[in-house]
Design a protein. Structure first.
Length: 369
């Protein structure tokens, strides 16, 4: 709340400072302790039954922007990170079926009725590319980029080929993704919060997308700029535990396994007009991280083996049998032709026949042709 007010209405910071004591019952720290379930889904109670001027003023603003909070009663609200999304209707996608071009299957052409976003400052960042992340085109190669549009981030994430892999006996391709680098990549400059302010490598601000001053990185700030990583003690980034990856059977585009891992952070810094934040150091502070994943079940592995690979093996066997038979027939024909050209024919000497008829001894020979 403080960071949002500081950014949008800095003149109200003194009022917020007074209201905090009433809203949160005179807190002694900028940090709050609450059950994980409350923070993520059930919600932390915000009591707006305040009678003082500062409390009423802040609660009036909260009520006007309460779409992301659960309203328990007229003056009681609950805030959580995902509570309002839990059980709600998902976003609507319009995608291609791949009838004319199979490589277009699943490609998003509209999101919530819009062909492009309006969240960012440039057309490149507002493009809607790739699939919705649940279906992918077949005939993948190591040169392909796997594009998936993420509505939660209001952007497309690109994964590039890393290496071949094997999953339960099925050969596949492994692709990995990062959050890019808006500070150095010209195509990502339009993700910068302002024209003059870009976040460092591996970080991405959600304020234009989600309306909250959250910054997304990979967990433990894996593949994130060292300055952000060093600002908080206790982070230990590891590729195996913290990367985003997808594995596919390349011929069909079937996902064999995937992990989407994201960490949500907030920039913490000193705010002189807020008593609890006068001595706060500057840091990109982790709040929590999520690990979403899938692995292809045994039923679908068996379906791939029985319906695809076994058929391909049979066809391959038939193909080699036909090729072998064809080669054998060709070899037989060549051999027969060669024998006919290289054989011997016995021809009776006409002179010998005449001599024999006259009682004269004759000599018969062979003629090579």
């Amino acid at each position: 709340m403080v960071l949002t007010v500081e950014k949008e209405k800095p003149g109200m910071l003194s009022l917020v400072n007074k209201a905090i004591k009433a809203l949160y019952r005179d807190p002694q720290s900028v940090f709050m302790t609450a059950p994980v379930r409350d923070l993520l889904f059930d919600g932390v109670v915000i009591n707006c039954t305040l009678t003082d001027f500062a409390g009423k003023a802040i609660c009036t603003q909260l009520k006007a922007n309460a779409k992301d909070m659960e309203r328990v009663s007229e003056d009681i609200f609950k805030f959580s990170f995902f509570g309002m999304q839990n059980g709600s209707l998902s976003s609507q996608f319009r995608v291609k079926r791949g009838i004319k071009n199979i490589t277009d299957i699943g490609r998003v052409v509209e999101f919530n009725g819009q062909k492009k976003l309006s969240s960012w400052s440039g057309e490149k960042c507002n493009e809607i590319s790739g699939t919705d992340g649940t279906i992918f085109p077949p005939f993948l190669t190591s040169e392909d980029k796997i594009l998936a549009f993420s509505p939660e981030l209001c952007r497309t994430i690109a994964a590039v080929f890393e290496r071949p892999t094997t999953y339960k006996g099925i050969k596949g391709y492994r692709y990995t993704a990062t959050l890019g680098d808006m500070s150095s990549n010209p195509d990502e400059k339009c993700f910068c919060p302002t024209e003059d302010t870009c976040l460092k490598k591996g970080s991405f601000e959600l304020s234009r997308c989600a309306g909250a001053p959250l910054v997304v990185t990979l967990p433990h700030m894996y593949e994130t700029d060292e300055e952000y990583l060093r600002s908080v003690i206790g982070q230990h980034p590891e590729q195996r535990k913290h990367e985003i990856f997808m594995e596919f059977e390349p011929m069909t585009g079937t996902p064999l396994g995937a992990r989407r891992r994201l960490q949500f952070n907030i920039f913490l810094h000193k705010v002189d007009k807020i008593d609890l934040m006068k001595e706060v150091p500057s840091a990109l502070l982790p709040i929590f991280w999520i690990n979403e994943g899938l692995e292809l079940g045994d039923k679908f592995v068996n379906d791939l083996n029985n319906n695809l690979f076994r058929t391909l093996n049979i066809l391959s066997g038939v193909q080699w049998t036909m090729m072998g038979g064809g080669l054998a027939l060709a070899a037989g024909a060549v051999l027969l032709h060669y024998k006919k050209r290289s054989g011997f024919a016995t021809v009776s000497n006409p002179l010998a026949l005449a001599a024999k008829s006259n009682g004269i001894p004759s000599v018969e020979g062979s003629l090579r042709y």
